[in-house]
Design a protein around this ligand. Sequence first.
Ligand code: NAP
Length: 253
Amino acid sequence: MNDSSQRVAIVTGAARGIGAGVATRLAQDGMAVAVLDLDEAACRPVADAITAEGGRALAVGCDVSDPAAVEAAVTRIADELGPPVVLVNNAGITRDNLLFRMGVDEWDAVMNVHLRGAFLMSKACQSYMTQAGMGRIVNLSSTSALGNRGQANYAAAKAGMQGFTKTLAIELGKFGITANAIAPGFIETEMTQATAARVGMSWEDFRAAAAAKIPVGRGGTPADIAATASFFAREEAGFVNGQVVYVAGGPRD
Ligand code: NAP
């Protein structure tokens, strides 16, 4: 069913972690949600949970760095759910290494998912948003944008997301489209669990060490980021444009 009164959101990298939390929250806010990730089957539990709660959701398999796949996915979402007016560019990977050990493949992989992916998804969705005269683009940056040892690729990509966001805000504002970025600090997901494993720490020790450095005394959760995305996606947030909000339990990390 295509209910034209219901806003349609796309959340990338939504099969798990922060993306799954954002998709679930936007559905609770009343939106129809495309749960997009590399593997469509992995998206289904998130989409099914939304449907079970009475919402509308579509599981979509797509590599956000592949132009043809992005075009096909966004067209399918527009056909099956309705024209997308909210886009959350959340898909992400890490390929951490010190600069002298970092391979070109590790540099390119991170740039491709974060920057090329956000570029392709935003480009594919903006025509639906300009036609609707309303749009909300929310990009996931990171406190790593301020610099982080072992993350030259990721830090550059996440700083790039901030420049990308501010430029979209300037170009698209006149069409009723806002673009804002969320820069999370330490959020408890499989991504940070993988980092713990990489540095040889148990998850509990890693998590406790992170919490000890965070002013509010705990690690963040996907729900913390979802609440911020929910605010940016609201119609009443239409005068908030080109901003970066650090959601890190303190002023930065
Ligand atoms: P996560 O648990 O690793 O989830 C990321 C999701 O993105 C995975 O489901 C992954 O799929 C998907 N993905 C990767 N490459 C993709 C591609 N080319 N196309 C479509 N989907 C793709 O990560 P997270 O912790 O939730 O992080 C979500 C976002 O927040 C990322 O942009 C991350 O950089 C950012 N962030 C996270 C933290 C943190 O502390 N967790 C802090 C700051 C910023 P696969 O599982 O198949 O690889």
